[in-house]
Design a protein around this ligand. Structure first.
Ligand code: FAD
Length: 382
């Protein structure tokens, strides 16, 4: 193999797309390999905090994302049964002033489409499911299930919770089922107009062992979205998700107040997803392979920061590689892990504990964070 000078990013999800764009912006030649044949606008929303909007600013998509997003003035936490407010976390103009960028909620398909637009289409390779990687002296040989191969100097595993790259580094191990499922539904805005004006822009309804997070996924309140966390003893279904129903939601949220019941009655299609997890990994990179996002530190979604951490990872990895160059990727990977491990692990722990913003706390350590201002720190040698 001739000496390689390009980066392969495996996985064009929310983290991989951002990482590839940031590496390209830093001057690297980047190829992206994605197993899907293409992407479509599947029904789910996402919160995008100011910490991520600052990265999207660098990529030139902040304003376009803001234009199609909802801009809540607050994150409200409320008691599911009584409706009593447990916290009122200011966002809106406050977030712009204090954290340096807007806090938005949006359809994740709309965000991903904007992200994909930042990549060179000629170097995004769809239908490429990674099967094996073989490290050689001058680079890495990637083999795909369609029988094709590719070469790269280094490989970034942005291939999600069931990462093949993680498996190559650490051996096969299924993620843990957390004991909770998430119900998801997307509701057309006009359905809600049958009710009095009771639906807030961004609100999390809580009780002891379950919750429902609700927000708009578009500007103009055209789509409202909920995602729950509900205990469920085992994920004994085939596939990534299964259909659920209004009946199941009524049962799961019996005793919740009338606003929540009205929301449940307004939902047409409800789906149900397992919430999966892994313990912190003993390593983030080895040789020419490096992990990020859910491949590296998956978490329960309760802090709405999983994709944010994947995107922040990508920004720091790009900065580290820009500093060292590809030939010294070993130093770059130590800088990357040294800078990211503590923050990503803290977010992983808080997210798994499901305590975020339940009470009136200061979210500045998450939202005000600026990956471009943070000093790079070297990880201790393993
Ligand atoms: P993914 O987005 O999963 O992307 C992985 C990509 O790799 C996929 O495109 C996949 O097809 C591809 N791939 C996998 N294997 C291979 C292979 N062998 N070869 C080639 N390609 C491969 N995060 C937030 O920041 N805010 C939120 O509001 C939020 N809400 C959430 C709600 C729920 C219910 C859930 C479950 C998660 C939520 N998250 C949220 C978390 C977020 O979705 C993930 O953390 C994020 O998608 C991780 O990005 P990633 O790029 O690491 O992985």
């Amino acid at each position: 193999m001739a000496r390689q000078q390009n980066v392969a990013v495996v996985g064009a999800g929310l983290g991989g797309a951002a990482t590839a764009a940031l590496l390209r912006e830093a001057g690297f030649a980047v190829d992206v390999y994605e197993q899907a044949e293409g992407f479509s606008r599947l029904g789910a929303g996402i919160h995008v905090g100011p910490n991520v909007m600052k990265i999207f600013r660098r990529l030139g998509i902040e304003d376009r994302l803001a234009a199609v997003s909802s801009h809540p003035d607050f994150w409200f936490s409320r008691d599911g049964a009584t409706g009593e407010y447990l916290s009122r976390i200011p966002l809106g103009a406050f977030a712009v002033r204090e954290y340096g960028a807007p806090y938005v909620t949006v359809h994740r398909g709309d965000m991903h489409e904007l992200q994909m637009g930042t990549l060179d289409p000629a170097r995004v390779h769809f239908g490429k499911q990674l099967a094996t990687v073989e490290e050689r002296e001058d680079g890495v040989l990637l083999s795909f299930t369609d029988g094709t191969t590719a070469e790269a100097a280094i490989v970034v595993g942005a291939d999600g919770i069931n990462s093949r790259i993680r498996e190559v580094l650490l051996g096969p191990e299924k993620p843990h089922y957390s004991g909770w499922v998430a119900h998801r539904a997307l509701i057309r805005g006009e359905k809600l107009r049958e009710h009095a004006d009771i639906f807030e822009d961004c609100v999390k309804w809580w009780s002891d062992d379950r919750h429902m997070m609700v927000y708009y996924t578009t500007g103009g309140r055209a789509e409202y979205y909920y995602v729950t966390g509900v205990p469920h003893p085992a994920w004994d279904f085939d596939g990534n998700s299964v259909p659920s129903s209004r009946e199941e939601m009524r049962e799961a949220f019996a005793g919740y107040c009338p606003t929540v019941q009205a929301l449940i009655e307004s939902s047409d299609e409800v789906s149900k997803w397992p919430l999966l997890n892994r313990s912190p990994l003993p390593l983030w990179s080895r040789g020419r392979l490096v992990l990020l996002g859910d491949a590296c530190h998956p978490m329960k979604p309760h802090m709405a920061q999983g994709a944010a951490m994947a995107i922040e990872d990508g920004a720091i990895l790009a900065r580290a590689l820009a500093e060292t160059g590809l030939d010294d990727h070993a130093t770059a990977f130590r800088l990357y892990e040294g800078t990211r491990r503590e923050r990503a692990s803290r977010v992983q722990a808080v997210s798994n504990a499901n305590t975020w913003l339940r009470t009136q706390e200061d979210p500045a350590w998450v939202f005000a964070h600026d990956v471009f201002a943070e000093p790079l720190r070297m990880a201790e040698p393993a």
